[in-house]
Design a protein around this ligand. Structure first.
Ligand code: GDP
Ligand code: MG
Length: 442
């Protein structure tokens, strides 16, 4: 399975203290192969791998995570993005009933899903009505009625032998019925064929136009892989799909459909079906699916904890320093820069830092390259220089410039920026009621 492959790949880099570009390239190559073997659509694989490579190469040197953990973190975040990011909730109509129409090929799991969804909604306090608008197969109506009974919800179907064979009329009538009987949700099950055909598309469109659904959910058999994703596109264009449901995720699905469908169709995955029983069903959470695919929920928890603990520790250390009357040093400055970069695009940062208005100009002038240069310069200083920048005279500036491959004027600029930041930190300490640093001469 895909998760076994991926765990194996991460296992092979787990012990490394540092990752070279070659390590990153070979890891990316292996992940690519694993995805292709899992039947993930090629454009999805391409996007995914290039994002991983880009992010791993430009990766900040994290003090909280080892290289293997950093790669897992990046892969996890990109998997979540490919699966849709946020959990997408059902859209409910402002004016009940909410109408949910199910579409998909025969055997995809629509009727089963209708029962599962109805039971789940009932558990959530709703009163759903299940509508049998699949009149194609002789026992489809009966199958839906049995499911409705097991789910403990009402069903709407043509009377047996009534001669009503028009699914559009059944669907239309069901809405009136729901209003009359006070059902706040209507789930319309429709007919599928073994392949896409124009007659079926037309029928689906007619039902759609008759019931004006709030959601058209395309049910996709996760075991079918790439074919299913193409069908999803056809339904999206032919009927208008608002969301996707993955069924049969319990089968030995290679993961291809699950990973491709969101990216290829641009439609979110709302639910996942994982067995034949009515309970085998849940809201689809991209983050949980990702950790399932990675097969390393524990590792991901560890990563989160390591990062949280590290950030907390850094904050505490700094407050403690201020409390002890110690000064803001070049080491702190470097930590701050790296923390800034870790927080993502600089522009967003400002929104996240209320009261940091006066730093705006300074922050705007920081880009990744500059942070790299700053890092190099500060690393070329001796520990004593980092603690007390007033030591850094002309000849030391030249030595540092040579050591970090920059010009003396760049070293001067950095020191000037540092002094600005130091001044600000001292003011902040003062504002917090903390005695300001022992103002070194710098
Ligand atoms: P429809 O033709 O789209 O309405 O598909 P059905 O709901 O009739 O399902 C076709 C078959 O797949 C039935 O035998 C179901 O029991 C089975 N099935 C549906 N969903 C799942 C699932 O999530 N897991 C498994 N293992 N079987 C499923
Ligand atoms: Mg069916």
């Amino acid at each position: 399975a895909l998760s076994d492959r991926l765990s194996g790949i991460f296992e092979s880099i787990r012990g490394k203290g540092r990752l070279t570009d070659a390590d990153i390239a070979s890891t990316a190559r292996e992940i690519r192969r694993a995805l292709l073997e899992a039947d993930v659509a090629l454009p999805v694989v391409r996007t995914f791998i290039s994002r991983i490579e880009e992010r791993c190469k430009g990766a900040e040197v994290s003090k909280a995570l080892n290289p293997a953990q950093q790669i897992v973190k990046v892969v996890n975040e990109e998997l979540i993005a490919i699966l849709g990011g946020e959990t997408r909730r059902l859209n409910y109509a402002k004016q009940p009933p909410t109408v949910i129409m199910l579409a998909g090929l025969q055997g995809a799991g629509k009727t089963t899903l209708a029962g599962k969804l109805a039971k789940w909604l009932k558990g959530d306090g709703h009163s759903p009505l299940l509508v049998a608008a699949d009149l194609q197969r002789p026992n489809a109506v009966n199958q839906l009625q049995v499911l409705a009974e097991r789910a403990g919800v009402a069903a709407y179907a043509p009377e047996p032998g009534s001669g009503v064979g028009d699914p559009v009329k059944v669907a239309t009538d069901s809405i009136a019925e729901a209003k009359q009987r006070g059902h706040d949700i209507v789930i319309v099950d429709t007919a599928g064929r073994l392949g896409i055909d124009e007659e079926m598309m037309q029928q689906a469109r007619d039902i759609r136009d008759a019931v004006n659904p709030d959601e058209v959910l395309f049910v996709i058999d996760a075991m079918v892989g790439q074919d299913a994703v193409n069908t999803a596109e056809a339904f999206r264009d032919g009927v208008g799909v608002t969301g996707v449901v993955l069924s049969k995720l319990d089968g030995d699905a290679r993961g291809g459909a699950a990973l491709s469908v969101r990216h290829v169709t641009g439609r979110p995955i709302l639910f996942a079906s994982t067995g034949e029983k009515l309970e085998d069903f849940d809201v689809f959470h991209p983050d949980r699916m990702s950790s399932r695919i990675l097969g390393m929920g524990d590792m991901l928890t560890l990563i989160e904890q390591a990062e949280a603990v590290f950030e907390e520790k850094q904050k505490e250390e700094y407050t403690e320093k201020l409390l002890k009357g110690e000064d803001f040093t070049l080491e702190d400055f470097l930590d701050q820069m790296q923390a800034i970069r870790k927080m993502g695009p600089i522009g967003n940062l400002l929104k996240m830092m209320p009261g940091m208005g006066q730093m705006k100009q300074q922050i705007d002038s920081i880009d990744d390259k500059q942070i790299d240069r700053t890092t190099a310069i500060i690393r070329s200083m001796t520990p004593a220089e980092r603690r007390d920048s007033s030591l850094i005279n002309g000849s030391r500036r030249l030595r540092i410039a040579n050591g970090s491959g920059v010009t003396v004027s760049e070293v001067n600029q950095l020191l000037a920026r540092f002094k600005e930041a130091q001044k600000m930190m001292r003011q902040m300490g003062g504002a917090m009621g903390i005695p300001t640093g022992k103002a070194t001469k710098s």
